[in-house]
Design a protein around this ligand. Structure first.
Ligand SMILES: [Zn+2]
Length: 360
């Protein structure tokens, strides 16, 4: 009886609007049932195409609206659009439900122990460089970085190297190639040229350090490498007594080594200083007793230094009659050798993890 009632009025009043209403109802029932049985994403997608695609059933109903009388079109259009929105939502819900229930592609057992990630560490030379940065920063020094590819002008001419100085030639310096202009390009054989670059940036006074790699074409042995790290410092002020330089060195070494370190200064010649000094520290490998690192003298040269040569100051645009200063050129690799009592500098660059892991 009920079924009959529901059908009879529609059959009795056949009109376009009722036909649309029937279609809307039957499509909703059919799609609802089909979605319940769609157990894969592909099946859900196929239903979307069948109902909402270009040739889908709901799309077909919308297209048919154009042929309807204007008064019937409005209510039929509303019904079809409602159906369309419902269908879109129902399809989306079914797809999301399938995605949620599918679970992760690769099962993960959260109770399993994780993978051990071994932490990296700083290279002992880098550690020493940072420690020196801290020690100098505490004395109000700025950290400056000069370029590794430099020129003959900065690294030799401004540094007061005479034109015939042997370090200019390929026995020591890696010349890259002659570029336009008069100045030859090289891998910097020392850092000191960078000090002129920094001084040119502004007027004195200066108080800065400038660490970095330097390159020399040398035969490697237990104390020499072709590429190594240097660490330099420069003070320029109106009055820098020699004792200030000495005190600076002793303070820095004590800070870095955590205890007073015996040092001595000897007269030494370097083109960029006048007067110049060789600054030695007691060999920490043998505690002054003599070993292969210190050539059995108990002392090791770690930092040349001295008062900037007037020609160097002039090259940087600084008046040597008004300003003076003190250079310290730390042999960083040697300082690290002393800190850890390492007897062969080549170990630092061998990339041997058995060696490097000891410093983490
Ligand atoms: Zn020694």
């Amino acid at each position: 009886m009920g079924r009959f009632d529901s059908i009879v009025p529609k059959v009795a009043c056949i009109g376009k609007q009722n036909a649309v209403s029937d279609s809307v109802d039957s499509i909703q029932v059919a799609l609802s049932s089909a979605l319940g049985g769609a157990n894969s994403l592909d099946a859900v997608e196929q239903l979307r195409v069948d109902y909402l695609g270009k040739k889908g059933q709901i799309t077909g109903l919308l297209k048919a609206l154009g042929a309807m009388a204007p008064e019937a079109r409005k209510s039929a259009g509303q019904a079809i659009n409602q159906l369309k929105n419902w269908a879109q939502e129902a399809i989306d819900q079914r797809r999301d439900g399938l995605l949620d229930s599918a679970g992760p592609v690769i099962p993960v057992d959260m109770t399993m122990p994780g993978f051990a990630v071994s932490p990296g560490g700083l290279h002992p030379i880098t550690q020493m460089m940072y420690d020196l940065d801290d020690a100098f920063a505490a004395l109000n020094f700025e950290v400056y970085q000069g370029p590794e590819v430099s020129t003959e002008e900065y690294d030799f001419d401004y540094m007061n190297f005479p034109p015939e100085h042997p370090a200019r030639e390929s026995m020591d310096t890696y010349w890259i190639r002659n570029v336009a202009g008069n100045s030859r390009t090289c891998l910097r054989p020392h850092l000191t040229g960078g000090s002129v670059r920094r001084m040119m940036m502004g007027p004195p006074p200066y108080r800065f350090v400038y660490p970095g790699h330097v390159y020399r074409n040398e035969t490697t042995d237990s104390r020499h490498e072709r590429a190594f790290t240097q660490y330099e410092a420069l003070i320029v002020d109106r009055d820098v007594p020699f004792t200030a330089g000495r005190l600076l060195i002793d303070t820095i070494l004590e800070t870095v080594f955590g205890r007073p370190v015996k040092t001595r200064m000897r007269a030494g010649f370097f083109p960029f200083v006048e007067p110049g000094y060789e600054i030695d520290m007691e060999c920490q490998v043998c505690q002054g007793a003599g070993c292969s690192v210190c050539k059995h003298v108990g002392w090791i040269e770690v930092m040349p230094g001295g008062v900037p040569h007037p020609n160097v100051l002039r090259a940087a645009g600084v008046d040597p009659d008004e300003w003076t200063g003190f250079y310290v050129n730390v042999g960083l690799d040697r300082l690290v050798m002393m800190r850890y009592r390492i007897d062969d500098v080549r170990l630092f660059h061998g990339a041997d993890l058995r060696f490097l892991n000891q410093f983490r």
